[in-house]
Design a protein around this ligand. Structure first.
Ligand code: C5P
Length: 232
């Protein structure tokens, strides 16, 4: 059924996966397709929200009614999300993007080459540095304001549901967000697939709401049902 329960709201959704450049031709990346984030953005627009979609390396058309901001790296994604939030009218942030936890410490201006000495099998050691935790930063920055409502995702590679839920509950605590969407990932699970199973966890409830196996559209609807109810 058509609903406009997000009318008048401004939501920011991050989607896709960041790429951290190593040299002009290489990057450290991840398997995120952007499908779940785009489904979350599309559903918010359908329900009447103004949507800023911060998109990292996604090969999908921008959903109707969404304003897309293209980013590449974690630092660019942070800048785009924070700029939107700093403008002051954001009601909800949904961090669906797979953000690299680390980036190469040094960017090589020209392509890193093999060396060619007799019997030389040496390989470079790539030093990494931490990226900021954007989600945790958003939670810290809103300090008591209670707004925006912040949703995190957790892609866990547990080997049983209990395991995934336990890790997710820990993560919810650590990050301090208002809703955590946990999904089990593996080589052929979730990433790039059209369906997945997720668990929705809230800080004030021991119960997790499980959705799926379901399409990413159905999962997006379930997420907004919970968020819209929380916004009142
Ligand atoms: O800790 P983990 O990477 O599993 O947390 C996932 C959640 O945190 C996602 O919502 C992701 O968008 C967000 N994240 C972030 N900044 C990072 C890493 C993850 O905002 N550097």
């Amino acid at each position: 059924p058509a609903t406009d329960d997000l009318a008048g709201r401004h939501v920011v959704v991050s989607a896709g996966g960041t790429r951290e450049p190593l040299d002009p031709v290489r990057f450290l990346g991840n398997r995120s397709s952007g499908k779940q984030g785009y489904a979350v953005a599309a559903e918010a627009a359908r329900r009447g929200a103004r949507v800023t979609l911060v998109s990292a390396n996604v090969a999908l058309p921008t959903p109707p009614g969404c304003e897309a901001v293209q980013v590449g790296t974690a630092l660019e994604l942070q800048e785009a999300v924070e700029a939107a939030v700093d403008a002051g009218d954001v009601d909800v942030v949904v961090m669906v993007a797979a953000v690299a936890d680390f980036r190469p410490a040094h960017y090589a201006q020209s392509k890193i080459k093999k060396t060619h000495g007799e019997g030389d099998e040496s390989a470079p050691v790539i030093e990494l540095v931490r990226n900021p935790d954007i989600l945790a930063g958003l939670v810290q920055d809103r300090a008591g304001a209670g707004r925006p409502f912040i949703v995190g995702f957790a892609a866990e590679t547990g080997d049983g549901t209990g395991d995934v839920l336990e890790l997710a509950r820990d993560k919810l605590q650590r990050k301090g967000c208002d809703l955590l969407v946990a999904n089990e990932v593996g080589v052929d699970k979730a990433f790039g697939q059209d369906t997945s199973t997720v668990h929705l966890l809230r800080p004030d409830s021991q119960e997790a709401v499980t959705v799926g196996p379901a399409t990413k559209d159905v999962i997006a609807t379930a997420i907004w049902d919970v968020v819209a109810a929380e916004l009142g």
